[in-house]
Design a protein. Structure first.
Length: 395
């Protein structure tokens, strides 16, 4: 026979009389349920089956457990822990926690404060999200502006082909090339056709940005809007640029690269280089030509520049870019001719452009004013061009 001792009981010693043990020839063995469960792989399943049967008996009220309930916040919790630690007490101690609704009922101030806290948290979250989006936009804008007029720009990576040539006159084997970039190929070509006698051994071509697909946005840009007439459009800088301003700068670069694609085959055909080019233009076309020359979209320095009422987008940004670039040491002559009645090129803009040109010390600019001149390339402008060309053409 065997005597099995199981459990802790009431933590009291077992009383067995010595004569009983002396007369008994059996064995004494201890039993621990945790050790038994892990002794064989089948024991956990047996244990679960036992617990399932006990659960059924409890639910059927055939097996009862002495249970004591303590409600947190109302009853003395210290008593609950003391009773649970008492090995002589077989009752099960159960703690009941209040629901969220019960807690709020006991703390009305917290209930009132909660919506306000949620509202404040929502507002802070909205502001944080808005700031993050603004920071991301500013970073994208800054990255875009930094890439403009570099080999990594969108215009450099995705060129759109050369500008079409609207006019080609002069010597068939020239030693110089006059490149005219104007705004109205039809009307300007009528005037430029008469330059043949003034060109000498030079040729003249007139690439047309307005007839190129990439020139659509520039073509729609009006020069009689209030922000042009008061000069505020010209004053915009990196911090105040909008999406349409970024598009404008992209178009200026793209058209400048298309200008280079147009001219280089003609230079190669005649054995010339960019140092043999006199770059001329009017209005928006003059602005495109100036950006191309100063931003080194044109790979070499030209011989001279003659511009009539140039519309140069954002001279402040141009100055910023010029300051960051290594400048050429070879001097280049430049003439800028302004109409004194041209409302599209206000005085504040001209001063700002002059300041930007100082960032390119190799450019020796000579400004001039055309009396009664407005924003057109007319007979007076043509007369000034014929007087300036001999100063720029090789003798």
């Amino acid at each position: 026979a065997q005597l099995v001792v199981y459990g802790h009981g009431v933590a009291q010693p077992i009383e067995i009389t010595p004569p009983l043990l002396a007369a008994w020839g059996g064995g004494l063995q201890g039993f621990n349920i945790a050790r038994w469960v892990h002794a064989l792989s089948a024991n956990p399943k047996k244990m679960m089956a036992v617990m399932e049967n006990i659960t059924k008996l409890v639910r059927a009220n055939k097996f009862t457990l002495d249970t004591v309930l303590y409600k947190v916040g109302e009853d003395a919790i210290s008593d609950a822990f003391s009773r649970a630690a008492d090995a002589s007490d077989s009752a099960q101690v159960v703690l009941i926690f209040p629901t969220l609704q019960e807690e709020l009922q006991h703390n009305p101030e917290q209930m009132e404060a909660e919506p306000m806290q949620k509202s404040a948290a929502s507002a802070q979250g909205s502001q944080a999200t808005k700031k993050k989006e603004e920071d991301e936009r500013e970073k994208l804008k800054s990255d875009w502006l930094n890439l403009l007029f570099t080999n990594q720009s969108v215009a450099a990576m995705s060129p759109e082909g050369p500008l079409p040539i609207a006019l080609d006159i002069g010597d068939t084997h020239p030693d110089s090339l006059v490149v005219w970039v104007g705004d109205n190929p039809k009307s300007e070509s009528l005037a430029l056709n008469d330059l043949t006698n003034s060109l000498g051994r030079a040729a003249l071509i007139s690439p047309s940005w307005s007839q190129h697909p990439a020139g659509e946005g520039m073509l729609e840009f009006e020069l009689n809007t209030p922000e042009i007439l008061d000069g505020s459009w010209y004053m915009r800088n990196r911090q105040s640029f909008e999406n349409e301003d970024l598009d404008m700068l992209h178009d200026v670069e793209l058209l400048g690269r298309s200008l280079v694609e147009c001219v280089e085959p003609r230079l190669k055909q005649n054995g010339l280089q960019w140092k043999n080019v006199i770059l001329c233009g009017f209005g928006k076309g003059a602005g495109i030509a100036l950006y191309a020359a100063l931003m080194k979209v044109i790979p070499q320095q030209v011989s001279a520049i003659i511009l009539f009422s140039p519309i140069v987008a954002f001279p402040g940004f141009l100055a910023e870019k010029l300051s960051a670039m290594k400048r050429d040491t070879n001097p280049v002559k430049m003439f800028t001719v302004w109409g004194n009645r041209n409302k599209s090129t206000p005085g504040a803009y001209r001063q700002l452009l002059a300041q930007a040109l100082r960032k390119a010390p190799e450019v020796h600019n000579t400004p001039d004013t055309l009396p009664d001149g407005d924003h057109t390339f007319d007979v007076k402008s043509y007369g000034v061009l014929t007087s300036l060309l001999p100063l720029c053409l090789p003798r």
